[in-house]
Design a protein around this ligand. Sequence first.
Ligand SMILES: Nc1ncnc2c1ncn2[C@@H]1O[C@H](COP(=O)(O)OP(=O)(O)OP(=O)(O)O)[C@@H](O)[C@H]1O
Ligand SMILES: [Mg+2]
Length: 205
Amino acid sequence: MLIRCILITGSPGVGKTTIAKALSHELRIPWLNVAQVVSSHNLGIYDPESDTYDVDVNVLRSTLIRTIKEDVIVDSVIPDILPKSMVKLVIVLRLDPIEMAKRLIKRGWKLRKILENVEAELLSVITYEAVRYYGTNKVVEVNTTGKDVKTIVREILDILKGRRRDEYKPFSIDWLRRYRDPLDVSRKVLKMLKEPQLRADQEHS
Ligand SMILES: Nc1ncnc2c1ncn2[C@@H]1O[C@H](COP(=O)(O)OP(=O)(O)OP(=O)(O)O)[C@@H](O)[C@H]1O
Ligand SMILES: [Mg+2]
């Protein structure tokens, strides 16, 4: 059987899992969280230096090929995780880097890890990787900033129906137009880390 998945990708904390679950419910297509596959198959090796799990992408890719037996909505922070032939559409969720930083602070992430990921979002790194691997035609970007889950899902359903596809072309979102100096963003994040409200949230999450 020819498998054609929808891949939801994006930087950490942009809402991939939230949106993938909601879309799965809406389309009645099962949802697969790649992070769960990594953990259930023990594919991640913890690197204390970067405080992340290193994964051999080739091993993960073959595991997914073996696991996926029907069309699924795949939720992954690594875009180039499925063979091109198994992917119908790649949706890169984008989020204003400052909003993203707030979510990562609430998770209690370390400053360095927050800054690395915020910088990657600022520079559209996931979009570059997705386009390099899957090609421009299969990739769309959706700005989730300030939108509720329902609105984002509605936009994705429109894209899947082939509507307003031009508005979602890759690289249409460029945070550098809003934040001309990336250092300003880092300074803002540093300042936010000292805000008691965000830290209080972190203690309760
Ligand atoms: N549209 C939204 N509006 C407000 N909050 C949201 C929205 N989408 C997700 N969130 C919140 O942001 C946080 C991160 O969401 P989620 O876990 O779905 O992100 P993720 O991209 O899957 O993260 P990770 O890369 O770590 O898996 C959660 O607390 C979630 O409730
Ligand atoms: Mg997730």
